[in-house]
Design a protein around this ligand. Structure first.
Ligand code: ZN
Length: 248
């Protein structure tokens, strides 16, 4: 089975479509690690597109907030403004879809899906300290996670040697595939489709070939001006519009 793994699409339809175009023919099943909505201008269209792909989806914190399952107390003012806007845009059907998304960890054959971390769906795994604790809590050898909007991840060997998975943003959109070894455990972040924060503005995703035991990281440019125009037309906060082009 070859999985296309998407995370943190955040209502960015142009970025999503470009990822699907680049991934076309390279996968059998789509998996999505949460935060379909929030920040961007196309919440309903993104939900419908992901649903039509027959994707396996778990919920993210923005999916909870935008569907009323969680308040926005912990959100900063910009995220709160975008949440209020998204709530007003969502149709009943799309709101119900978000409300019914399962909470991670979601167990799959040989790996699991989480939004934040295996122990807490809202926790950020950014540092090696956080990664070690998450790797120890893992029920499966591979966990795919999102939430940080950083493409990459961590691996640990049987001898407890921890390494960051680095791949380097390549010019040609595809990075070198990373081999998966059965003696190691992995925390893998595909990066964010719709609002990267790792300094590279391009949409991020990965393809996991379970049979060949290969992870391939991808980045692709998209029509960012179009997304920004829609955000301005919707009166979404200007700092959210600008951050897309700097990838922070
Ligand atoms: Zn997110």
């Amino acid at each position: 089975m070859r999985y296309l793994i998407l995370s943190d699409i955040h209502s960015n339809l142009e970025a999503l479509e470009e990822c699907l175009k680049l991934a076309d023919g390279k996968y059998d099943q789509v998996l999505c690690l949460g935060d379909l909505v929030g920040y961007g201008p196309d919440p309903n269209a993104v939900i419908r597109r992901v649903r039509d792909l027959g994707a396996v989806v778990i919920r993210g914190n923005h999916d909870k907030a935008c569907s009323g399952l969680m308040d926005t107390e912990d959100f900063n003012a910009l995220a709160r403004a975008a949440t209020d806007w998204t709530r007003a845009q969502l149709s009943q059907e799309e709101t119900d879809f978000l409300r019914n998304l399962p909470q991670g960890p979601l167990s799959m054959d040989g790996f699991q899906l989480v939004h934040g971390s295996p122990g807490d769906e809202d926790e950020y795994i950014l540092s090696t300290v956080e990664a070690i604790s998450a790797l120890q809590q893992m029920m499966k050898p591979i966990t795919f996670f999102g939430h940080t909007h950083y493409q990459g991840g961590f691996s640990i060997t049987a001898a407890h040697s921890l390494q960051s998975i680095t791949h380097g943003p390549s010019e040609d959109q595809v990075s070198n595939p990373v081999g998966i070894f059965s003696s190691c455990r992995y925390l893998v972040n595909p990066g964010s489709v719709g609002q990267p924060r790792d300094g590279d503005w391009r949409a991020a995703f990965i393809i996991f070939d379970q049979e060949k035991k290969l992870l391939t990281y991808y980045r692709t440019g998209y029509n960012i001006e179009k997304t920004q125009e829609k955000m301005r037309a919707a009166d979404l906060p200007e700092p959210l519009v600008r951050r897309l082009e700097i990838g922070r």
